[in-house]
Ligand binder design. Structure first.
Ligand SMILES: Nc1ncnc2c1ncn2[C@@H]1O[C@H](COP(=O)(O)OP(=O)(O)OP(=O)(O)O)[C@@H](O)[C@H]1O
Ligand SMILES: [Mg+2]
Length: 488
């Protein structure tokens, strides 16, 4: 890896990079910054969490003149939260050069944005819809734009922003530089590249596959009905620092975060139907650790860089392989490690195999954790907390009471009772979720299952075994038959 000083950057930029704590370039930065500095068009693909923002942000800011009164650069991003985050990072890179970036996104008061625009930011980081609004109102002029960046370009296409992007790019002078970045590059991207870019250089960093090797990836085959209990068991056993739970729909997100709260976890949901101020406050609370579990739709799958996310749970398997790559990429960022666990219902095994074929890596199968393990996990938490309090807190005023209680009870009985009171008992509140249909892939997995030839799989919670049951006569089939007999 190279040093930033070898890239011919100006002193003010180097100073801000040092200030941000970056010591060496990441591979995508090393490869793309010199090309982007020459003014050439560029498509950059590198794994999640490997510094693509600075890979375009550094040349973007290096090439701008701070004296200009006009907007010189536009970054388009698919979600509001990402627009805010990118603008923050660009402001850090531009702090000593005096280059200002402003996020512009839907759900935020437009008059406020218009006032902020009058302060002459050099760079706008926008979601396409809101930028279009400003273009119609003529509150943003794009005729001085020199550089355009499409961050998460493929996701903007997925979201149906193609027309908006076309309209936006047509308003921008043809003599410009266009940069396009994402961890995933499906074929449609070539379309955009051909139509809107000039002989783009394609830089692809493919160290060990599409997903980062620092992310441990597991899956658990689990029936739909048991997913929620399995999730809470995993939270109890693993006690993640911060975790993101991805679910398929907004309704699932609401139900899940409500259910988690009922069971005593500090969780909040984020999805597109919430007000922007709610979305902002949820994300803020998650970042500062006020809430430990963020339950999200794919709105939080792309680009978000939150330190301390040790676990990603795919409560529902994603509908496409790109989504998988980005979701699990919310952990294991900037050289840190992370764990991603995907729940797969029996009929979704085909989707899992498809994901494995795209990421070119096996996802490890793990058994359904037992309730005993969950209890042990909670007890361990309690024990650690007690030891921490002994080491760090003032407990003098409890000692009198302790002695009184010890006079009439033996110490083991007394402490056991106290532990029972303070340990959270797993699965003590029933939570029901609205069921969703499995995600299936044509031609993958177990095709005969769909024709009814292979008996349905059943999971036996008490014996932790899967068995195949013939639908007609109710007899137990092969796997796990001996243990499952009479219980299925
Ligand atoms: N050269 C560097 N040295 C150390 N940390 C860095 C460096 N470049 C970027 N980072 C940090 O790494 C983290 C991930 O960067 P960034 O969000 O740009 O990743 P990304 O490649 O855009 O990921 P995604 O595909 O998920 O959007 C950020 O916290 C960023 O500040
Ligand atoms: Mg990014």
């Amino acid at each position: 890896m190279a040093s930033f000083t070898d890239l011919g950057l100006s002193e003010t930029i180097i100073r801000s990079i040092v200030n941000m704590g970056f010591e060496e370039t990441t591979p995508i930065q090393e490869m793309t910054i010199p090309i982007a500095l020459q003014g050439r068009d560029l498509i950059g693909q590198a794994q999640t969490g490997t510094g693509k923002t600075a890979a375009y942000g550094i040349p973007l800011i290096e090439r701008f003149a701070e004296q200009s009164e006009q907007i010189q650069g536009i970054v388009l991003a698919p979600t509001r939260e990402l627009a805010v985050q990118v603008a923050e990072e660009l402001n850090k890179i531009g702090q000593f050069k005096g280059i200002h970036s402003l996020p512009i996104y839907g759900g935020q008061n437009i008059d406020w944005q218009i006032r902020a625009l009058r302060k002459r930011p050099h760079i706008i980081v926008a979601t396409p819809g809101r930028l279009m609004d400003h273009m119609r109102r003529r509150t943003i002029r794009l005729n001085e734009i020199k550089i355009v960046v499409l961050d998460e370009a493929d996701e903007m296409l997925n979201m149906g922003f193609l027309e908006d992007i076309e309209t936006i790019l047509k308003e921008i002078p043809e003599i410009r530089q266009t940069l396009l970045f994402s961890a995933t590059m499906p074929k449609q991207i070539q379309n955009i590249a051909q139509r809107f870019m000039k002989e783009p250089e394609f830089i692809q960093i493919k160290a060990t596959g599409v997903t980062v090797s620092d992310i441990e990836q597991h899956y658990i085959e689990v029936p739909e009905k048991l997913k929620f209990d399995v999730l809470t068991r995993l939270l109890d056993i693993q006690s993640p620092e911060l975790s993101i739970v991805f679910a398929r729909t907004k309704r699932r997100v609401d139900e899940l975060s409500e259910g988690l709260n009922k069971r005593g976890y500090s969780a909040e949901g984020i999805h597109g139907d919430l007000t922007q101020s709610k979305r902002d406050s949820v994300l803020r609370q998650f970042k500062d650790g006020t809430i430990d579990v963020l339950v999200a739709t794919d709105v939080a799958a792309r680009g978000l860089d939150i330190s301390g996310v040790t676990h990603v749970f795919n409560f529902d398997i994603p509908q496409d392989t790109e989504s998988y790559v980005h979701r699990v990429g919310r952990t294991g960022r900037a050289g840190k490690t992370g764990l991603a666990i995907t729940f797969v219902t029996p009929r979704e095994m085909g989707m899992l195999r498809l994901i494995e074929s795209v990421i070119k890596r096996r996802v490890l199968r793990k058994p359904i954790p037992t309730i005993v393990e969950a209890v042990q996990g909670q007890q361990r938490l309690t024990m650690n907390e007690i030891l921490r309090v002994i080491a760090e807190e003032d407990i003098e005023k409890y000692k009198g009471l302790a002695e009184e209680l010890l006079a009439e009870n033996d110490s083991v009985t007394l402490l056991s009772a106290a532990l029972k009171v303070i340990t959270k008992e797993p699965e003590n509140v029933e939570v029901r979720l609205t069921e969703t249909a499995p995600i299936r892939v044509k031609g993958m997995g177990n095709p005969r299952g769909r024709q009814g030839g292979v008996p349905k799989k059943n999971y036996n919670q008490r014996t932790d075994t899967w068995s195949r049951r013939r639908s007609h006569d109710g007899r137990i089939g092969t796997a796990g038959a001996s243990r499952g007999k009479g219980l299925v």
